[in-house]
Design a protein around this ligand. Structure first.
Ligand code: C2G
Length: 131
């Protein structure tokens, strides 16, 4: 009965997000998702998300393989979140490979392959360029 945790902004939900959440849940019996606050997203990506943190929280919490959600306020609090939510496995996409290895004393750290050829940034660019 493993507890899995993952983190992300999950702005403009797409198949890459669904795939990683589905695969994360398959590694255990409970999936908890830390959703980047609007402010954290701004500090990571230099732009505001399209959907607010309140909307992103509601969207992600409505997926059938997600059991629990919370707002991730800062990357520096990650160790605390892993403890607070009793995570056995931390899952991230492989664009983060190596970045969370320091938590491997606390829980198992797994990087799953990203879904190719799709990202929120690309979707925004495509929509922007539609005439
Ligand atoms: N992802 C994926 N395939 C894609 C796009 C995204 O597997 N084509 C994964 C990412 O690797 C990440 C998750 O979906 O694990 C969420 O992606 P983002 O919303 O872009 O999350 P990010 O802003 O990278 O936030 O604490 C870590 C961060 O907050 C992660």
């Amino acid at each position: 009965m493993k507890r899995v945790i993952t983190f992300g902004t999950f702005d403009v939900l797409h198949i890459g997000h669904i795939n990683i959440l589905e695969r994360a849940k398959a590694l255990g019996s409970h999936l908890c998702v830390g959703i980047s606050s609007d402010q954290l997203n701004f500090s990571k990506k230099g732009r505001n998300p399209i959907y607010s943190e309140k909307q992103r929280l509601k969207i992600i919490s409505s997926l059938r393989f997600v059991d629990e959600v919370f707002i991730e306020e800062s990357l520096d609090l990650k160790g605390g979140y892993l403890k607070q939510y009793s995570a056995d496995i931390l899952v991230m996409g492989d664009d983060w490979t190596g970045k969370f290895d320091m938590f491997s004393s606390q829980c198992e750290v797994k990087y799953l392959p990203r879904t190719p050829a799709i990202s929120t940034t690309e979707i925004i660019e495509i929509v922007k360029n539609i005439e």
